[in-house]
Design a protein around this ligand. Structure first.
Ligand code: HEC
Length: 263
């Protein structure tokens, strides 16, 4: 509703597009910050994406389609066409264009715990959405470039890629410092930890993401992923619902560094 109010209030003024663009950017930033402070990151990213996606759908159902119907009705009745419908419809579809990649990012982010679990996850969200909009701008203007309307827009793509590369560099996991006595890190000591912390979701009954960890062969197969998920990124156990301790993560890390023995 705030987005709609911004469009209605500023959309028709001089420099309306720029004002609306700046205000909507501010709105998405504030929403990201609030969502990430009120909810766990996994939910916050989805909520912000759902908020934008709702605005996209509302644009189509309340402005773009009804506007087209009014235009067609005027043409059929032989009356002069009010240009406001075309103007408004175009403005809203332009917004939808830039919303596309940010929404896609928010929807997929669910699978990438290192993004939404970061301490400054609100900033990660804003940067990734901004990169999506910049890359979208590249595609929009590339079309104009082919028609000879504007210069080649490689700069926008470069900005988007640079922002993503910056986020990759920023979020690269630091090496873990906790240690456990190397000799203790055998299959016999690791197995009870996995049984207690992981089997509930990766055992005989349930195999989340098709990962089973309750046999030596299966564990060997997933050893690298286990190390990544439970030691480096700490995204597993999911929301640490089984209460895994840092000492247990260190033990698992030692075990992996020793070549992940399973006998
Ligand atoms: C509460 C349930 C739950 C617990 C407990 C749990 N996991 Fe998971 N695990 C999941 C879910 C759900 C996924 C799929 C996540 C996704 O697709 O985003 C998953 C995925 C994985 C993956 C695959 C990741 C990938 O992207 O391919 C690995 C490896 C993994 N878990 C290891 C572990 C380890 C090791 C433990 C114990 C230390 C553990 N999990 C505990 C729910 C759980």
């Amino acid at each position: 509703m705030l987005y709609d109010a911004i469009c209605q209030f500023f959309g028709h003024r001089k420099n309306g597009d720029a004002i609306v663009g700046a205000l909507v950017l501010g709105l998405v930033c504030v929403a990201s910050w609030l969502a990430c402070h009120w909810f766990p990151g996994r939910a916050a990213f989805l909520l912000v994406a759902a908020m934008i996606a709702t605005a996209m759908s509302a644009n189509v159902f309340f402005w773009i389609i009804p506007g087209q119907k009014k235009v067609i009705r005027s043409i059929e009745a032989g009356e002069p066409v009010d240009p406001v419908h075309g103007f408004r419809g175009k403005q809203r579809s332009v917004h939808n264009t830039y919303f596309t990649l940010p929404v896609l990012f928010g929807m997929l982010s669910n699978h990438y715990g290192f993004l939404y679990q970061h301490k400054q996850n609100w900033l990660v969200l804003i940067l990734m959405m901004f990169a999506g909009a910049a890359i979208r701008q590249f595609f929009v203007m590339r079309h104009g470039y082919k028609l000879g309307r504007n210069r080649h827009p490689a700069g926008y793509a470069a900005v988007g890629v640079a922002v993503i590369a910056g986020v990759v560099w920023w979020l690269a996991p630091a090496p873990t410092t906790a240690t456990a006595p190397a000799a203790a890190a055998s299959y016999a000591t690791v197995r009870p930890v996995l049984e207690q912390r992981c089997y509930a979701c990766h055992g005989a009954q349930v195999q989340m993401k098709n990962v089973r960890l309750d046999s030596p062969e299966a564990l060997k197969q997933h050893a690298a992923a286990v190390y990544q998920q439970a030691v480096v990124q700490k995204t597993m156990p999911l929301n640490n619902s089984t209460g895994m301790t840092d000492a247990e993560r260190a033990l698992l890390g030692q075990w992996f560094q020793r070549g992940a023995p399973v006998n």
